[in-house]
Design a protein around this ligand. Sequence first.
Ligand code: ATP
Length: 367
Amino acid sequence: MAEQPIPLVSLTGISKTFDGKAIIDNLDLSIYDGEFLTILGPSGCGKTTVLRLIAGLEQADSGRLTLAGSDITTVAAEHRHVNTVFQSYALFPHMTLFDNVAFGLRMQKLPKSEITPRVLEALKMVQLDTMANRYPHQLSGGQQQRVAIARAVVNRPKVLLLDESLSALDYKLRKQMQSELKQLQRRLGITFVFVTHDQEEALSMSDRIVVMHGGKVVQDGTPREIYESPANLFVARFIGEINIMDGELLNPATPGSWHARVEGRDCVVHSQQPFSAGDKVCVLLRPEDLRMKICAANTGGGIAGRIVERLYKGATLESRVELQSGQHVLVSEFFDEDDPDFDYRLGEQVNLTWVDSWEVVLPYEQH
Ligand SMILES: Nc1ncnc2c1ncn2[C@@H]1O[C@H](COP(=O)(O)OP(=O)(O)OP(=O)(O)O)[C@@H](O)[C@H]1O
């Protein structure tokens, strides 16, 4: 078995209460050297608090924090090799970029002969070395964000914490910065811990995503694992669009698959979970996993439904289908004008199937 690497940062049994309310609840989290880890979750789930605990800006009520193997649970923020880039970049408006980036090193009373090359190197990394004499108001939002990163990187932290640091940017700039930030992280080899509530951002940037809900980690995995195999309905719904259908397991088909009835249709579903015959389940399917054919009601072998809405999205066509149970599901298909079945009309009867084994089967939860 491959040996598990030693975490660069580890949080063990960390709890934090504010005003008598548990905000972080017995949290265990390992962050590995050089990875781009994203903490993803809805507003108020405790993401920023986790960053502040790692940075030393908050003290945990209980638990243990280590950095590169050393216990830093009670070490002051300024003595941790950790830097934070906050949502508001908090640049000094009256200082040039050079002075903004040099500020921390000057506070440490380093000699000028060391400060100048380090600042220029950091500005070069974020491709702003030619603008060293400009002031923050002369920069775009994305450039200001890069200065904030240079200011953190110049301290040569082992870990860089980024708190919703792209959320102030407009859509196009945010997309551009997502890719630049990821490239920068690869180039620097610094461990990034990135906090966001934007699932698309998390999927596209991260090596690993930790999904938080109510102060707890509800799933920890690669972007693909989180998207394709959500651990529960909360994660499934939080990450992208999902259709949740009610089903019942009838009897085992093969090891890892079951004969089942899903929305009145007999089919085979796949799961490695220890289910029993008769168990009620939720069958999860992404809109792009479903396949749709025009078909008279109950003749196609799949789940019968009726088109109630069509949404043209450019590259894809999304259709809302009402099943016989009254439930609505969303189907997303690539636009294909040559497919005679493609141009559905409102009210048309259709038949839904899905790509074999792409379904996720979870224990039944009210939804
Ligand atoms: N210093 C504090 N004093 C009291 N309550 C706090 C404090 N810091 C955070 N909280 C509360 O803890 C909860 C979690 O806050 P936190 O900022 O960690 O959430 P978040 O997931 O980062 O949310 P957002 O995405 O909105 O920033 C919130 O209910 C918040 O009001």
